[in-house]
Design a protein around this ligand. Structure first.
Ligand code: PLP
Length: 412
């Protein structure tokens, strides 16, 4: 979304026009932005055998998946329905990675039957995998190297310390024992930081730790560095420069490959990097009110549509698209859920009146995909702007949707 001639536009289409056509609240995604991020990512890692697996949990609309397929990406999935959606839009099963965490082994069996690439993150399922498949199906191992990533939220940082993900590097010996016992074919090593990475240094340190471990496994085809690459959301925090990261990684990776005896593939699973800044949540200010000394802007949305500000204390830039250049005031921007429901506290915005179109930026990743119908409110519609045209890619929920799976019984 860009401000051109005093109007916020997406690929030349004024967002006001999108409101008229589709109503609000509305998620809008810019396909050109996604394509640009893919180009940048490829440019950053142009010296390695790069395989990008889009982490589709970030935004699961099948049209976004299709776009990724067209752009030549693979897919990272964490559940069987995500895997099925990938197959549905035409990804080859071997291009889809299945990286669940706490799941019953039967899910892994189903993913193997569907032909996906399996990534295992705990010793229990690795043992079962060995018992069932031996070395007949290759398996990737997700490790937890206990490297602290950076985050702008204490909660995320706390989570990192508690991280449940991956097999601890302290247990590599156990992995080796299982490899030997079942003649496992371990073809990949995976890490994902589970919080955002902002500097190449942090990343390179993690990478070196992984390379050291990878030297203990003789049959690898790839190293998978997961996702977690931050984009600039306007919060003033540093963002990683993928070109710089690519250059630094190339040095340590080449060194590793030389020691390893051959060049491996490098996999990444970006979610937010590809779609985060491609998405905007368009809302309408339905209420202006003063309370307890604060000026409130009430939106026809809430944390049921975009949970990140309340859940992670995540920063989202907010603009008044109806008054992009007027004088500014300080507001608390709230949603309509029956609990504390802040999008932003004490935020400077161009003066807001009831009826104004308020755009919440950087809402492409973990926006719609984490939305709910809490308070029995409908989830928004979704629109993809592609090749200069705005296309509806998901209908707004309806009352019937809220009732669809409920079973009404006789109470006496
Ligand atoms: C295994 C794995 N890969 C990739 C991702 C995508 O992360 P991001 O959207 O931060 O790039 C996640 C996010 O949770 C993940 O768990």
């Amino acid at each position: 979304m860009e401000l051109i001639d005093n109007k916020y536009k997406i690929q030349g289409i004024p967002v006001e026009q999108l409101r008229e056509q589709f109503g609000t609240p509305l998620y809008v995604y810019d396909a050109e932005h996604i394509r640009g991020q893919i180009r940048k990512f490829r440019e950053g890692f142009s010296t390695v055998d790069l395989h990008i697996k889009y982490a589709c949990k970030a935004l699961t609309n099948i049209n976004i998946l299709k776009l990724m397929l067209r752009e030549g990406l693979g897919l990272d999935t964490v559940s069987l329905p995500e895997l099925r959606m990938g197959l549905h839009v035409g990804f080859k099963p071997q291009e889809i990675v299945f990286t669940p965490n706490a799941v019953d082994f039967s899910e892994i069996e189903e993913a193997v039957a569907l032909g996906a690439k399996i990534n295992i993150e705990n010793l229990s399922n690795l043992e079962r995998f060995g018992q069932k498949y031996g070395g007949s199906v290759p398996v990737c191992i997700r490790l937890n190297p206990h490297i602290a990533a950076q985050a702008n939220s204490e909660k995320v940082d706390w989570w990192h310390k508690q991280s449940k993900f991956g097999i601890s590097i302290d247990q590599v010996g156990d992995v080796k024992a299982l490899e030997e016992k079942y003649n496992l074919h371990i073809d990949g090593i995976h890490i994902h930081s589970s919080s955002v990475i902002m500097s190449p240094e942090i990343f390179i340190n993690g990478a070196k730790a992984v390379f050291d471990i990878a030297l203990q496994f003789q049959n690898l085809d790839f190293i998978d560095f997961g996702g977690g690459i931050k984009v600039d959301v306007g919060d003033g925090n540093p963002v990683i420069d993928v070109v710089e990261l690519g250059k630094q990684l190339d040095v340590v990776f080449s060194d590793f490959c030389q020691k390893y005896g051959r060049r491996l593939q490098l996999w990444f699973e970006p979610g937010r990097y590809l779609v985060g800044n491609a998405g905007t949540l368009l809302t309408t200010c339905v209420l202006r009110k003063r309370n307890g000394g604060s000026e409130f802007v009430g939106l026809n949305s809430g944390f049921n549509h975009l949970i990140r500000p309340m859940f992670y204390n995540a920063y989202h830039e907010i603009v008044n698209a109806s008054n992009p250049t007027g004088s500014t005031e300080t507001y608390t921007v709230v949603g309509n859920i029956c609990e504390i429901d802040n999008f932003a506290v004490d935020r400077e915005l161009h003066q807001v009146r009831e009826g104004d179109l308020i755009a919440i930026r950087s809402a492409g990743a973990y926006g719609y995909s984490m939305a709910s119908t809490y308070n029995s409110r409908y989830r928004p519609a979704e629109v993809l702007v592609i090749n200069g045209e705005a296309k509806l890619i998901r209908q707004r929920d309806t009352y019937e949707d809220l009732l669809r799976n409920q079973v009404e019984i006789e109470l006496d």
